[in-house]
Design a protein around this ligand. Structure first.
Ligand code: AMP
Length: 402
């Protein structure tokens, strides 16, 4: 299907053309038709699949189809878990509404309240918000929830992880006059979203955007084995020094490890930006800007801090610390090979990571090739983690009961 087949407003078609989107992505194909018919949507779509346009396009089309009679508060409300994601969705929305009279704004935590005050008194069509700050304005009756016709919840699994779901439900309850709700989540299975779905959505159309293998194949996945931390650092330096590694995101497990790695790379004269949860908003924005503008080639990030960011043209995703779960791995590697470009996902695996590596391999269902770096061959053997036999487990349990 093409965008033209979907009967989108010509102004939207022009905006899409300017953005260089010739045809809908898998998730857009799955969502757009049902969403344009004002059905509720329950979509499983990780970042990088084109999910933002999948909800922005039908939202904007609705606003164009039914122009508002007088000025007022937002008719489309988009909730996102993080400030960066909110800002990104707002910027994306700005691009799409450029040829129209529609307005879009963002209300996020950690920002001057005066900026919000200006937004809340102006006429606004689309509001992107983080739940906490918006709830504050709902409680103080400075935002009118009765004007919301369309509610979109982005990265619901992340909202759940961050403990925002009760507030999201509260907001869903207060905007109960709405006509349509769309919920997007990187994964739906096992994410604990189910319990909210019945309360928030009405007979939703389920849309799955698991990218087809052909799309995922553009990511060249491999791993190196490291004997210890010093070996790991050497491998990392080699990967970073490879000319093909033009722009990378280096994932670490914790905030502290991000700080330590930053110090190590600084000492080796590799200029990087860091993104971790403990940073003030201004620092985070600066880090993203440095990386986006290409002033630094590499970004060290934790999963929490990097979630949802749209950073184009990353040639390498480097798992300095291997994640424990397959979905986190998929999330991370989805940052490379965007929009048809080729990308590499390189993991550095220590002995204790092997059970996770096996789990990830099963989850991804694709080969992650083992590679050896010349002169940095591991000396240790691949550890064998055998599961204890059932009889042994039974004996241990019996012993415990005694
Ligand atoms: P998202 O999953 O919304 O973060 O989008 C991932 C990337 O895909 C963004 O850089 C978008 O600009 C891009 N994108 C979205 N829709 C399309 C499309 N139909 N064709 C090509 N690229 C797209």
């Amino acid at each position: 299907m093409s965008f033209i087949d979907l009967d989108l407003d010509p102004r939207l078609l022009t905006a899409l053309e300017k953005a260089g989107y010739s045809k809908p992505t898998t998730i857009q194909n799955a969502v757009l038709e049902a969403a344009l018919e004002q059905r509720d949507i329950l979509a499983s779509a990780p970042t990088g699949t084109g999910k933002t346009a999948a909800f922005l396009l039908p939202a904007i089309q609705h606003l164009l189809d039914f122009p508002r009679r007088g000025p007022g508060h937002a008719r489309v409300l988009i909730l996102t878990p993080t400030r960066e994601l909110a800002e990104q969705v707002r910027q994306y929305g700005e691009k799409l509404v450029r040829g129209t009279d529609l307005t879009i704004g963002a209300i996020v935590g950690g920002r001057d309240y005066q900026l919000d005050a200006d937004l809340l008194t102006a006429n606004l069509d689309i509001l992107v918000a983080t739940p906490g700050r918006l709830e504050y304005y709902l409680q103080s009756e400075r935002f009118d929830p009765r004007q919301v016709e369309l509610l979109i919840i982005d990265e619901a699994d992340r909202m759940l992880d961050m403990g925002f779901m009760p507030v999201v439900e509260q907001i869903a309850n207060e905007t109960r006059w709405r006509k349509q709700t769309m919920l997007f989540s990187a994964t739906l299975e096992g994410a604990g979203i189910d319990q909210f779905v019945d309360r928030i959505l009405q007979e939703p159309v389920r849309c799955d955007a698991k990218p087809p293998r052909s799309e995922r194949k553009k990511i060249n996945q491999s791993y190196y084995r490291a004997d210890d931390l010093a070996h790991k650092d050497k491998l990392l330096m080699r990967i970073l020094n490879d000319p093909s590694c033009e722009r990378s995101i280096i994932f670490v497990r914790t905030k502290d490890r991000a700080v330590v790695l930053n110090g190590k790379l600084f000492a080796r004269k590799v200029r990087i930006a860091v993104l971790q949860g403990n940073m003030a908003q201004g620092q985070r924005d600066r880090a993203i800007e440095l990386f986006k503008e290409g002033k630094v080639k590499h970004l060290v990030a934790t999963d929490v801090a990097a979630r949802g960011l749209d950073i184009p043209e990353v040639t390498h995703v480097i798992n300095y610390d291997l994640p424990r779960k397959g979905d986190t791995y998929l999330h991370r590697i989805g940052r490379t090979a965007r929009a048809g470009a080729k990308g590499s996902a390189v993991s550095i695996v220590e002995a204790h990571d092997h059970p996770s590596l096996e789990k990830i391999q099963r989850y991804v269902g694709e080969p992650i090739r083992y590679r050896v770096m010349e002169g940095l061959k591991p000396l240790s053997r691949v550890p064998k983690f055998t599961k204890p036999k059932k009889s042994k487990l039974k004996k241990a349990a019996a012993k415990k009961r005694k």
